[in-house]
Design a protein around this ligand. Sequence first.
Ligand code: ADP
Length: 342
Amino acid sequence: MPDRHVISGDRQPEDLQFEAGLRPRRLAEFTGQSKLKQNLSIAIEAARMRGEAMDHVLLYGPPGLGKTTLASIIAEELAVAFSATSGPVLQKKLDLTGILSNIRARQVFFIDEIHRLLPDVEEMLYSALEDFRVDILVGAGPGARTHSLPLPKFTGIGATTRQGLVSAPLRGRFGLVLRLDPYAVDELQSIVDRSARLLNAEIDDAAAEEIARRCRGTPRIANRLLRRVRDYAQVRADGRITQSVAQTALNLLDVDRFGLDEIDQKIMLTILEKYRGGPVGLNTVAASISEEPDTIEEVYEPYLIQLGFLNRTPRGREATALAFEHFKVKPKIGNGGQPPLF
Ligand code: ADP
């Protein structure tokens, strides 16, 4: 089993230093997500033409797919200031008031992990996003009054890995709600190429493809694997990242052919072995592996579906013939020992 950090989409401390330098700054440099980019570029263009703040945007999708990057790209494209915070950091209404009272006209205000806002802070954000004002309490005791503070029009961008946990009223405040999907191998390959260029690392096409295939469809993991492979190439080879160097280094890290992590494997093996390929309800799978259904649905399944291992059907989750083959599980008996047809 690979070290969980290596193939986790979540940001790790080691990523911080590198990510800053690898982050695309303009929409044209941002690979993939073509439908989302089209929608965004129309909204950006329209806001620029009108000279107004752009609509609020909610970005959702598994970690490491580029939500934070897109938020800063939007600010760059609009040529406005960018400030960022996150749900867990905003502990009190006062924290939010402090930020909002410094907000500049048309700027981008980014809130990562927006599903983790506390209820009273979230409520304050409603009026900020909808009416561009916040109510603040002035004074204390019986003499205290609420003062309504007007704000300049700004663009709020929320990001979440857990769309299902964003309340309906909060979601309703965002004019654009955009989903990021795992990336295709060719897109990841060009992300690896670009990062290698920025890191001054020499890499073959086949090696870039090898990394692209094993990164769970996630640019953050691709960049992380590239760094590990580059270290290996430097220490154990002549510095050049060839396919065989990439393969050896990735095998040493226990990153398998599809970059599956422990939870991916647990989900698949539960469906394949315990429920004989399904269909099985999401909640049942979740209970079997002690994970939350939302996390499985929003963080893990998109990649398993993209790989062609899993289907969502009205009767529940079903493993595909390809999954039986990859996990070397014998398909259900009763159909001549053949993998079930889906
Ligand atoms: P998220 O906020 O969704 O967790 P980030 O925006 O922090 O993800 O992206 C993680 C890293 O992956 C960034 O440093 C960036 O370099 C890289 N990245 C993400 N999406 C892309 C993309 N489409 N093209 C190039 N690099 C990307």
